[in-house]
Design a protein around this ligand. Structure first.
Ligand SMILES: NC(=O)c1ccc[n+]([C@@H]2O[C@H](COP(=O)([O-])OP(=O)(O)OC[C@H]3O[C@@H](n4cnc5c(N)ncnc54)[C@H](OP(=O)(O)O)[C@@H]3O)[C@@H](O)[C@H]2O)c1
Length: 241
């Protein structure tokens, strides 16, 4: 049985990944900051003895190290680490942000990924995978979301660097940009049929974990439901490494 740590497992996207990896027979350690959300995950999978929970944060190195230490009391090997954290929405035009508030938003959306990568990549077993989830607003202007777009664009560039700088390490490093709204639990009632679902994301993540050879680029993008589980068609002039 393979072991996967999912940081942000209680989120809209994280829940879909958790469900799919459990269904695929992974032992899942689900993590986030709020214990009550983790406990509700446990009640959702009562028969799944392979789901464990660890409360913790990746906001800074000390917290992330404590989280990793707690994870190590649950599993002795990590075949996969998936990080699906997100900051608060807080939509407003960029010019209305103070520099301090903007730094806080980037702390939540970007630095949390930096801290996670720095702390958790070394914990992945040889041959395993570290996968960060990102968002398609990295490439779009969506009113009130400048802070999110900035964080997502920087996050993707950060993973280009990390995969390059750590290429000699015996693990796979990937970043998956979801270039679609996600039909997760909170948006079921308003979701458009073309949006990828949380389950779709889980299935795609599972395919990436199981067939890294079919997803060889460091930077991956899930654009549509039709693409779920399939390797990407290259677009001209797209940077993928
Ligand atoms: N939802 C969408 O429509 C959508 C679309 C495209 C891409 N995405 C991408 O998918 C990823 C996840 O988004 P989401 O919508 O699932 O977000 P979400 O629903 O807000 O979930 C975020 C998860 O991360 C946890 N978390 C946040 N900060 C943390 C920290 N410092 N340490 C540990 N856990 C932390 C949250 O739980 P706690 O608050 O309890 O810690 C929660 O489990 C993001 O990269 C986002 O850009 C989402």
């Amino acid at each position: 049985m393979k072991n996967a740590l999912i940081v942000g497992a209680t989120g809209e996207v994280g829940k879909g990944i958790t469900g799919e990896l459990l269904a695929a027979g992974y032992r899942v350690v689900a993590s986030s900051r709020r214990q009550e959300s983790l406990e509700s995950l446990l009640t959702r999978y009562p028969a799944e003895s392979s789901l464990q929970i660890v409360q913790g944060s990746v906001e800074d190195e000390a917290s992330a190290s404590a989280l990793l230490e707690a994870v190590r009391t649950k599993v002795d090997r990590l075949d996969a680490v998936i990080v699906s954290v997100n900051g608060a929405a807080d939509m407003r035009p960029l010019v209305e942000w103070s520099s301090g508030d903007l730094l806080g938003a980037l702390q939540q959306n970007l630095i949390s990924h930096f801290v996670s990568a720095k702390t958790l990549i070394p914990a992945v077993a040889d041959g395993g995978m570290y996968l960060a989830i990102g968002g398609g607003m990295a490439d779009f202007v969506f009113p009130g979301n400048g802070h999110i777009s900035m964080g997502q664009a920087a996050q993707r560039m950060m993973f280009r660097y990390l995969s390059n700088e750590l290429s000699a390490r015996p693990l796979h490093i990937r970043q998956l940009t979801i270039a679609s709204m996600v039909n997760g639990e909170k948006k079921r009632d308003v979701a458009h049929p073309q949006w990828v679902t949380d389950t779709d994301v889980g299935q795609h993540v599972r395919a990436i974990l199981e067939r890294p050879d079919m997803f060889p680029d460091a930077i991956l993008t899930l654009r549509s439901r039709k693409q779920v589980g399939k390797p990407e068609q290259k677009r001209s002039a797209e940077i993928t490494h």
